[in-house]
Each structure stands twice: as structure tokens, then as C-alpha cells.
Design a protein around this ligand. Structure first.
Ligand SMILES: [Ca+2]
Length: 226
């Protein structure tokens, strides 16, 4: 508990320090407006559904006993893609030369705003597709100025998965039992597009998606409970 309180106090002091620094710089208003936008963790839709079903068959003796004591459990999960920003590359990301990096550029082509990076690469050639053209942005920001591109105006891919587990309990002696588990994560092998290149510092990767996430995996486990 004391660690947790210390961490909270540390965060509060850090936030107060940040506000103080911004106030001293006299740019709290414009900077606050510039930083207004969806959070990096903004997921409007998240769903998680769990279920567990014990098969009703109870058989005694021989092979028929194999059909007894099975449990099927699963979890369905969905989440929206989170927002991301595009960053300048000039002057190590400090295009307005105010000493703070990760500046956003000017937006030249408003039609790209709100774009979602949903096109996962399926072949090596797909990783060369540019989903967001660098020409839509302009890194030339006046010293001390702000890029016109808002914060977190793009979104990553959403994701849905179904995990299933089949469990068999085998009574042994004196109330003890063995448990066999077959677990399949992401049964339908749904994948989602990975993080695109978002820094104009590297035009060889900017706007390209070179990875996918969410592959299926299978796990077999045995437990003995006593
Ligand atoms: Ca800057």
C-alpha cells in the first residue's frame, strides 16, 4: 500500500511540476490546446465475454468414461484500435526548435486525417505499400510555432479474438485429481496490422506497415491437484 501511495504522490508532484514549468514559460494556454485530442489509450469499444460449460455426460467404466468430466471454457475479446500521431523528422523531431521533440507537422492534405491502419501485410511486397503519403505533411514549422496536424488523428487496427480451453478432470485417489488442458489462443487466427512507420525522419518506413500481430497459438498442459 505504501509503495502505491508513494507512486501516486510521485505522479501528482510530477504533474504539478509540469504545470509549473508550462506556466513559467507562459505558453500553458496554446500548448494545452495543441495537446488536446484523444488519449493514446482511447478505445471506444472494448468487449470481453467469458463462458464455461461442463459437458453433461457422465459415464462409468472403460472407454465410455472418456466422455465424462469435460469442460469447455472460452473468452471472446474485442478492442478498438488506439490513436496515434505523426511526427516530424527535422532537427531530431524538434521542428519548431523549442527544445521539445516529437513535434507534429503541418497537415497539407486533410483527406488523410482520421485514416485507420487496417491493411495488414500478407506478403513481403505488401510491406512496401505506403498507407499514408509523406507528401500529406509539411515539416517546415516556424520557430516556436505548432504544426496544424492535431494530436492522435490516426488509428491503429482493431482486434478480435476467441480463446478456447478444453479441460478434462480425472479423479484419482482420496479426492485428488489430474487435470489435462488443451488451450487454443486466437482460434480463428485473426491477425491485426502492426504499427506503421509514423516518423517523417525515416521515409523508407513512413506510412508502411511491416508487421502483423495476433497469431494463433496452442498449449497443452497437465496439472495434478491434491
Ligand atoms: Ca519542438
Amino acid at each position: 500500500m505504501s509503495d502505491s501511495l508513494l507512486q501516486v504522490a510521485d505522479r501528482v508532484l510530477y504533474q504539478l511540476g509540469t504545470v509549473k514549468i508550462l506556466a513559467e514559460r507562459g505558453d500553458n494556454g496554446p500548448r494545452k490546446a495543441d495537446l488536446y485530442g484523444p488519449s493514446r489509450f482511447d478505445m471506444r469499444h472494448v468487449a470481453s465475454v467469458n463462458f464455461s460449460y461442463e459437458l453433461p455426460w457422465r459415464r462409468q467404466g472403460g472407454l465410455r468414461a472418456l466422455a465424462s468430466d469435460w469442460i469447455v471454457a472460452g473468452t471472446f475479446y474485442y478492442r478498438d484500435g488506439v490513436p496515434v500521431s505523426v511526427f516530424c523528422g527535422e532537427s531530431a523531431g524538434d521542428c519548431n526548435l523549442d527544445g521539445v521533440s516529437q513535434d507534429r507537422p503541418h497537415l497539407l492534405d486533410p483527406s488523410v486525417e482520421g485514416r485507420r491502419f487496417t491493411q495488414k501485410p500478407r506478403t513481403p511486397a505488401d510491406t512496401q505499400i505506403v498507407h499514408l503519403p509523406p507528401a500529406a505533411f509539411d515539416e517546415r514549422i516556424e520557430p516556436g510555432g505548432r504544426g496544424s496536424l492535431g494530436r492522435n488523428r490516426f488509428r491503429l487496427d482493431d482486434f478480435a479474438t476467441l480463446d478456447l480451453a478444453v479441460v478434462r478432470e480425472i479423479p484419482t485417489v482420496a479426492g485428488q485429481r489430474a487435470q489435462l488442458r488443451l488451450e487454443v489462443y486466437n482460434v480463428f487466427n485473426n491477425t491485426f496490422a502492426g504499427m506503421p512507420g509514423l516518423s517523417l525522419a525515416d521515409l523508407s518506413t513512413f506510412g508502411r506497415i511491416t508487421s502483423v500481430g495476433g497469431n494463433r497459438s496452442i498449449q497443452v498442459a497437465a496439472k495434478y491437484l491434491w
